[in-house]
Each structure stands twice: as C-alpha cells, then as structure tokens.
Design a protein around this ligand. Structure first.
Ligand code: SF4
Ligand code: SF4
Length: 411
C-alpha cells in the first residue's frame, strides 16, 4: 500500500520541470505571504524531497505537513502546468502517506480529531441529529425512489463558523491541544460543538427549505433521512485517510441502500463530486444514480430579469476531469452573468477547504476572491455551495443560488 503511494507520488513529482507557472494561479500562495511551501510549486518540490527521504530510508524526515494540508485540492494548478502535474494530487497523496502512519511527526491533531469524530458519529462535529432540524414541518415522501441527500453540509456551516471564533479565543496551541484530546476521546466534541452561528443557521435552513420547494415545484416529492442522514465523509477522504474512508463509505452506502432509494439528489458540489466520482472507486456495489438538484429544476420558469449578477463557480464543478456547470447555465437563463477575471478553468477557490485547519489563511483567500467578484460591478454575487457562501458572505450582496432562484420563481 505504502509502496504504491510512494510510486504514485514519484510519478507525479517526477514530471515537474520547476517552471513555476502553477504559482501564478495557486490561491494559497499570496495570502500565505508568499510562503513558497504553501504554493503549488513548493508543494511539488517538498514532495520530491519527501519521496527521496522515504525511498532512502532517511531518518531526517522533513516536517512538511502544513505544506500539504494547506492545499485546497482545487486543481487550478493542473490547467496551467506544461508538464501535466497536479499539485493537488501531489498534496493528497502526501497526506495519504502521512495518514498511513509512516510519518507520525507530520500528523495533524485537528485532522485526526475530525476523522475520529466522523467515524464515531457519522458527522464531523457530532451534530447529526441537530442537522435535521431545518426540515421540521415539511412533508417528505418515504415511498419515493428519490432521496434528497444534504450530506449535512449546509447544516455544518454555522457550527464551523462558531468553532473558528472559539479557536481565535483559545489561540493556536490550546486549539491543537484540545483537538488532540478530542481525537483520543471523541465524546468531548460536545464541549466544542455546542455553539452555532444563529444567523447563518437560519440562512442555511432557509436555503435547504428553498431547495425542497424548488424540487416540489418541479413535481418531485422526495424522501429524506432526517436525523439518520450521515455526512458523506468528505473530510476523511480529503485528509488522506483512505482506509478509514473505505470503511466509512461502506457504512454510508448501507444507510442509503436501506432507505430503498434509487436516485440520490445531491445539493452541494463536494458531495456531488464525492458520490459521483469517488464512492464508486471505494464501494463495489455503489450503483445509485447520483444527480445534482439543479438538473431537476431546469424546466421551471424563473423569468428573465436582466439583473447583472456575478457567479463564483465552485472548484468541484468546473476544475474536475468532466466539468459540470449547470448552475451557471440556469443562472444565465434568468440573469445577465458577468464573470470575474478568474472564471471557468481559472476559477479561484473561496478558501473554504482550509477553514478548519488554517482559518487565517482561509479568511485571506476569501477576501481576495470576494474582491475579484465585486470588481465585476455586478449587483449580487451568487454562490452554489454552502462552503463558498459561508466564506464569501462578506455583506448582503452574496446570495446562495437556491435563495436567488426562489426569489425569481416567486416574482
Ligand atoms: S507548473 Fe508544473 S512543471 Fe511548472 S513548477 Fe508547477 S508543477 Fe512543476
Ligand atoms: S490544488 Fe489548488 S491550492 Fe493545491 S497546489 Fe494546486 S492550485 Fe494550489
């Protein structure tokens, strides 16, 4: 297993000619104060040294995990690299090597905490039951073959926002100590996840209810798992814990199968990408049809308002092997979309994936991105991901696509 990871890493970094083109698009480089280790080329060069050390059995292994954990997995670097290197894959493979236990001094306590709490509670913050509150009073159809799968993503945002404020109060060292403690004793997560940002909670709940209304308006009365709905395991996969992810994905698949669903309706880019492209590689009988809800509401009449809006395209929709951009297609039917200078395959990540491990860096990336979006002069900034929304909601001009579409539908 470790040998195959090492070979994969060597093959990817071996292509690099060190030209530095990737640095021009890497969203973590300038907000980190041009810390070269937190840029695409730096990650590849560090991984090259790491691979050499591992191959030679050197005991002077570098302490390099921040370089890899701070990578957003956005893949923007891939599309400018003349040698076809994906520094995102380099970072992910390096995280897998760290997670395999080969480099214990490089393990990150926050990453370990997230993995152990998710494995125990099927939710990274142990708030699975609370994550179903948004649906109170709604009528779902338990006999439907269509399952609305929120993956708890919208619901987690108010908790992660509060967690970051708490971390600012505690300071970095205390936070790492707490993370180490919770990693060993997952029930302690209750002490740090009992607070949520109430405004954001109300906003996210409304977005979820809007999605249900959009589906119902399209004639779809779906089923929903409520407090039994598990988180999809995105963090476990992204942090490189492949063995744990396989076990976790099998558990989630069993819950989805037991529901009797045939089609899984996802509502955020991370879950859509994970279920569509990664689950089938880890779970042999993952044979669901996986769709994004936007594809199911295309025939609704949202009218043509002519409003000038800008759209923050999510990395997991447009920077993957098979780009999928239905949210923007739909937006273009209703409004005039003015894209920022960095769009399409040059889109810039909102910084959200760094929110739990590198909150200060995440904040700086989001400010840079928000500035680019506002420079378009558009009246509003539309996002299509709860993580992007949370990171880019710098003022009232940012709106989640479900809220935007409901507003147009009701006019
Ligand atoms: S663009 Fe590609 S070849 Fe150039 S430094 Fe970056 S990874 Fe290496
Ligand atoms: S995947 Fe994104 S954050 Fe990571 S190295 Fe490439 S451009 Fe930078």
């Amino acid at each position: 297993m470790t040998e195959s990871l090492l070979q994969k890493l060597e093959a990817e970094v071996g292509k690099c000619i060190s030209c530095g083109f990737c640095e021009s698009v890497c969203p973590t480089l300038s907000p980190s104060g041009y810390d070269l280790w937190k840029g695409a080329r730096g990650r590849v060069l560090v991984a090259k040294e790491l691979a050499k050390d591992l191959r030679s059995g050197s005991d002077g292994i570098l302490h390099v995990s921040d370089s890899f954990y701070s990578c957003l997995d956005c893949y923007a670097c891939l599309y400018v690299c003349p040698a076809g290197v994906n520094a995102g894959i380099v970072s992910h493979t390096s995280r897998e090597i760290i997670a395999s236990g080969m480099l214990p001094e490089n393990e990150n306590p926050v990453a370990k905490m997230i993995v152990s709490t998710t494995m125990k509670y099927l939710n990274p913050l142990g708030v699975r039951e609370k994550a179903s509150k948004w649906a109170e009073g709604l009528n779902f159809n338990d006999n439907s073959p269509d399952l609305l799968y929120t993956g708890n993503m919208f619901q987690l945002m108010p908790y992660t926002k509060s967690l970051n404020s708490l971390r600012n109060l505690m300071g970095r060292r205390m936070s790492k100590f707490m993370a180490g403690l919770v990693g060993k004793h997952p029930p302690l997560i209750g002490f740090i996840s009992n607070r949520r940002d109430r405004d954001l909670d109300a906003r996210m709940s409304q977005s979820l209810r809007n999605i249900v209304e959009l589906l119902e308006s399209s004639g779809l009365n779906v089923k929903y798992l409520g407090s039994n709905e598990p988180y999809p395991g995105t963090f476990i996969y992204d942090l490189g814990y492949a063995d744990q992810f396989r076990i976790y994905a099998e558990k989630v698949t069993k819950i989805l199968k037991d529901s009797g669903a045939k089609r899984i309706i996802t509502i955020d880019p991370h879950t859509f990408d994970l279920l569509k492209n990664t689950y089938p590689k880890f779970v042999r009988d993952f044979d669901f049809e996986v769709v994004h809800y936007i594809d199911l509401i295309k025939d609704l009449d949202f009218g043509k308002s002519g409003e000038k809006v800008t759209f923050h395209e999510p990395c997991h929709l447009v920077l993957r092997e098979c780009p999928y951009n239905s949210p923007m297609d739909l937006l273009r039917q209703t409004s005039e979309v003015i894209l920022p200078a960095r769009s399409g395959r040059k889109t810039r990540c909102c910084g959200g994936p760094n929110e739990l491990l590198f909150p200060e860096l995440s904040e700086k990336i989001s400010e840079q991105r928000y500035g680019e979006l506002r420079e378009t002069g558009a009246s509003r900034v539309v996002t299509a991901c709860p993580i992007c929304f949370t990171n880019l909601a710098k003022d009232e001009k940012t709106i989640e696509i479900s809220d935007f579409l409901i507003e147009k539908l009701r006019k």
